[in-house]
Design a binder for this molecule. Structure first.
Ligand code: ADP
Ligand code: MG
Length: 173
C-alpha cells in the first residue's frame, strides 16, 4: 500500500497544477480538498464563508481532508489547512507531507495573472501582493513544521514534479 502524498502551501504555489502532474507520473489518484468541499456541498468557498464564516469553512475543510485521504492518492490541500494543528498531525500520521515553497511576489504574480481561477475571497481586502506577504509571514513556519519535505516551487511545473519524484524515491529507498 502506498501512503497518500499531501501537498501544502499558499494559494498559487502549484498544489493543483503540480499535484495533477505528479499523480499521473506515479499512477496515483488525485484529490483536491477545495474541489471536494465545493462538490460535496454544491457551494463555492466564498458562499460558505459568507454564510458560515471562516470557522465554519475550516470545519468543513477538516472533514474534506479526512474524506479524501486514501492510499495511492496525491492530495492538494487548501492553503489554510495547516492553521489547525489537528490537520497537520492528521496529515503527518497518514502520509507524506510536502511543502511547495515559493516567495510571496511569485505567488502574487501567478494569482494576478489568472484571477478568475481563484474563487476564494481575499483574506484582508488589500492588494494581492501585500496579502501574500502577510499570509506567508503567518503560515510559512506552519508549512515548514507540518512538512516532511520542502520543495522549491519557483521552477517550471515539470521541474517541480521531477524534484518531487526524486525526493519521494529517496524517502522510500
Ligand atoms: P494552488 O492549487 O496551489 O493554489 P495552482 O496549481 O492553482 O495553485 O496554480 C496557480 C496558478 O499558478 C495557475 O494559474 C497555474 O497555472 C500557475 N502555476 C502553478 N505552478 C506553477 C509553476 N511551477 N510555474 C508557473 N506557474 C505555475
Ligand atoms: Mg488549488
Amino acid at each position: 500500500m502506498s501512503l497518500p502524498i499531501y501537498l501544502i502551501g499558499a494559494r498559487g504555489c502549484g498544489k493543483t497544477t503540480v499535484g495533477m502532474a505528479l499523480s499521473q507520473a506515479l499512477g496515483y489518484a488525485f484529490s483536491d480538498t477545495d474541489h471536494f468541499l465545493q462538490q460535496s456541498t454544491q457551494r463555492t468557498v466564498a458562499d460558505i464563508v459568507a454564510t458560515e464564516g471562516w470557522d465554519g469553512f475550516r470545519q468543513r475543510e477538516t472533514q474534506s481532508l479526512m474524506a479524501v485521504t486514501a492510499s495511492s492518492t496525491v492530495i492538494a490541500t487548501g492553503g489554510g489547512m495547516v492553521l489547525a494543528e489537528g490537520n497537520c498531525d492528521f496529515m503527518r500520521e497518514h502520509g507524506t507531507v510536502i511543502y511547495l515553497n515559493a516567495e510571496a511576489k511569485v505567488l502574487a504574480a501567478r494569482l494576478e495573472a489568472y484571477p478568475e481561477q481563484e474563487q476564494r475571497p481575499t483574506l484582508t481586502g488589500r492588494p494581492i501582493a501585500d496579502e501574500m506577504v502577510e499570509v506567508l509571514s503567518q503560515r510559512d513556519r506552519l508549512y515548514h513544521q507540518a512538512a516532511h519535505h520542502v520543495i522549491n516551487a519557483m521552477q517550471t511545473p515539470e521541474q517541480v514534479v521531477r524534484q518531487l519524484l526524486q525526493t519521494l524515491s529517496l524517502a522510500r529507498a
